[in-house]
Design a binder for this molecule. Sequence first.
Ligand code: XMP
Length: 587
Amino acid sequence: MTDYAPQSQITVLDTGGQYTHLIARKVRELGVYAEVRASETPATELTDRKGIIISGGPASVYEAGSPTMDPAILEDGHAILGICYGQQLMAHLLDGVVEKGTKGEYGAARLTIRNLTSPLLKGLESEEPVWMSHRDTVFTAPSGFEVLASTPTCAIAAIGSDAKRQYGVQFHPEVVHTRHGMKLLRNFIFDICGCIEDWEPRHRIPVVEEKIREAVGNRKVFFFVSGGVDSTVAYALCLQALGGDRVHGAYVDTGLMRKDETEFVESVFARLGATAFRVEDARDFFLSKLAGADEPEQKRKIIGEAFVDIQDKVLNSGHYLDQDWILGQGTIYPDTIESGGTAKADLIKTHHNRVAGIQKLMEAGRIIEPLSSFYKDEVREIGRELGLPNDLLDRHPFPGPGLAIRCLCSKENEPISRLPDGWLIPVHSVGVQGDSRSYRPVLAVESLHHESATELINRLTVVNRVIGLIGSFAPLDELSVRRSGLTAERLDRLRAVDAIVRRLSVSTGFESQVWQFPVVLIPLGTAARPDSVVLRPIHSVDGMTASSVPLPIDLLNQLKAELLEVSGISAIFHDLTHKPPATIEWE
Ligand code: XMP
């Protein structure tokens, strides 16, 4: 793989924590290139690093099979910072003692610093708000280490040996809730490790272009683009490096996209000067394959297979598998790392990679991924520098299978039932608790309070979601679940309501305050108005967990007024459920 980044000064060893990538991103924000590697990477591969950070993780160091590291790293003079599990692992591999604490410590905590002259903690105050998430604790610091700080629950919340340049913290400096976390990271990477600033994504554009020219040689590049940020920026970089004649691309119109999406993608590529870009119209193909499908996994499987068929058709008909072509992809850094924290992610992408033709190109090394060293926010920065429009760069994430997973179906007509707490609606949606997926009906209530919804969901195990009624055409008692499938008519209806929600969300400024705002169509209504709309605005960092966000009252009233005017719509709801226990998408 071509490397588009400088030599790493800092390596973050991944012990499976959800914040591993966040640590590397924070180091990069300070202007120092950092990479993520598997925790057990041999010391011999890391000799020229200026510092090593060991990430947090969910395991217990004293249990067999838990993530560990090459102990030689602790002996070879590297500057080291262990965070959470990382501190525990250091202590355990040296001669410290780690045990389960008498109680856990989750969330905000007050740190009392004992040694404010420590190179790691200098500039901090004697009392600092920090973020904790642990039960295991270091009970005895390794010999030669000083205890630098504590909290009421955790006597050894930071340790250090200035002589060895090795430090550990139980709290998470990488999260915003730790007020001076960035100051601590800065102390570590600059003062303790001696790193120099070498990272500014925008300034890497000429280097990346040079590498693209080297890797492509006198061949040409073909892309499948999705309309998302990554594939568009990757395409733009190749265009700039190679010129319009040598970069070709196709966008598959599945018919499962939002209103005007195809036109938007076309206009973006036209503005980029992409002359050899085309739209493959596969709307009828996808719709015919999806006829009769109503369950989430069934829909996903059909869509994945349809993608494979269309991609193979495009590759073969354009002769893009011939020797003078290589394949471009918008893969970004987190996608290249296998880590415990990476999601089920991206079904469509998995399928892209399973296309036989693409598999062959990958095996032959005929693939180019110019963004493989960059995080999402860095990709946006590059896109901005290349002059891509903000309405593309600042888009919310949109799932590969598109509106198909936001258009719920039902095999039969079914009544809803009155419960003491609300109405049980037999439309099943997907949820997630622990590692297991649930598929359950939803509870509709009349209040829009998140707290009472959370209380209900904890108490009623028959449902995995609670939705609050915003408004309806007829009393809820008169509505029922209607037999329905993924039809062109219902997809158009969903597109119409989604476009209204997006317009109002953008014009009120709400759009930029939330991470994602799915709009879901459920088959609940009357014969004349067979569907209802569920609004699902959420906050999230990476989609792995999410919280449902209240709708500002003005927006709520405008949405209610406009959406109930759409033909076929009976009621409007707000999904009040966090993830877990519900997923973001309904499927
Ligand atoms: P869930 O519903 O699992 O979604 O809570 C988490 C995040 O992932 C997005 N998502 C997808 N993105 N291809 C994608 O590119 C997919 O197949 C896919 N499924 C879910 C979802 O929109 C949310 O942001």
